[in-house]
Design a protein around this ligand. Structure first.
Ligand code: BV8
Length: 246
């Protein structure tokens, strides 16, 4: 058996003993759908911009049209992407455990498209909009180069969580309730650098959960993982679900 196959088998054995599972995903989950991760070199158009500067209230205040166009470009790329076999595997996994929740840092809607329903989109969704000053939900505007204006007069922005913004209380409560009661957490495709998501594995571990990490590269989490699967989301997750079906 190859190293990856042996790791998948070990992960499956561990998960078969679990009835309460959390999965958390990052940008690596969408790489095989053609969406570059934050660590990948940005496409030429945005190579001179730092996402951590653009994805902030200050960045939007400074240049609303620039930030609006950055999201419009990403939305156009994401609109052309489809969930891959790894997304489909996680949607199937939902019915394999008594309790299952998928918490994603991704804003690309691909888990929803794949059919995942017990889902927390921790950092929001690029296809949803709200106003900058009052968080009024706003219908998706026609393609425009500049941010439109809400009925209240405030500029419209993407309904995503920017750096320095607090996360939705109910999303956090749902996430930590699951983390503090789960038997296992599967961490897929994240470098584990952005909080509070970066603290999820530790929260699960402190509640006694086992940690499975799926990533083609080692991360800061790898040393604490009970099983590290050195593979991609699109390859490892379907293999894991196949073992769990058996
Ligand atoms: C908060 C939405 C309370 C927007 C995102 C100092 C000052 C201010 C704040 C902070 C601070 N110190 C810490 C903080 C908190 C801050 C933070 O964590 N900063 C970091 C940079 C230190 N967090 C926040 O601000 C959060 N709010 O904490 O509020 C607060 C407020 C103020 C002050 C203190 C506390 C809000 C964070 C949310 C930001 N919004 N996204 C948008 O997308 O435009 S974050 C965004 O970047 C993503 O959502 C994701 O979270 C992150 C990118 O990380 P990853 O997903 O892990 O992706 P990455 O590219 O890094 O890694 C990809 C991985 O995939 C790699 O490991 C790679 O090996 C792997 N991979 C590659 N290919 C594959 C693969 N894996 C599997 N298969 C493959 N094929």
């Amino acid at each position: 058996m190859t190293d990856v196959t042996a790791c998948i088998e070990r992960a499956a054995r561990l998960l078969r003993k679990s009835s309460n599972v959390v999965v958390t995903t990052g940008a690596g989950m969408s790489k095989e759908s053609g969406i570059p991760t934050f660590r990948d070199a940005p496409n030429a158009l945005w190579k001179d911009y730092d996402p951590q500067q653009l994805a902030t209230r200050e960045g939007f205040r400074r240049d609303p049209a620039l930030v609006w166009r950055w999201y419009a470009d990403r939305r156009a790329m994401i609109a052309g992407a489809r969930p891959h076999a790894g997304h489909m595997a996680l949607a199937e996994m939902e019915s394999m455990f008594a309790r299952f929740i998928l918490i994603t840092q991704n804003i690309d809607n691909l888990h929803r498209s794949a059919g995942s329903t017990n889902l927390v989109e921790l950092h929001g969704n690029i296809f949803r909009f709200k106003c900058f000053d009052n968080d009024h939900p706003v219908e998706a505007p026609e393609a425009v180069d500049e941010p439109p204006t809400c009925a209240c007069g405030s500029l419209v922005r993407p309904a995503v969580v920017w750096f320095g913004e607090i996360l939705d209380d109910s999303d956090l409560a749902r996430s930590f309730e699951a983390l503090e009661s789960c038997h296992a957490i599967i961490v897929v495709g994240t470098s584990g650098l952005v909080y509070p998501a970066a603290g999820f594995a530790a929260a699960a571990r402190s509640a006694g959960a086992a940690i499975v990490e799926i990533n083609p590269e080692e991360t800061t989490l790898t040393a604490q993982a009970d099983v590290f699967v050195p593979s991609t989301a699109g390859s490892a997750l379907p293999m894991l679900v196949e073992r769990l079906r058996g």
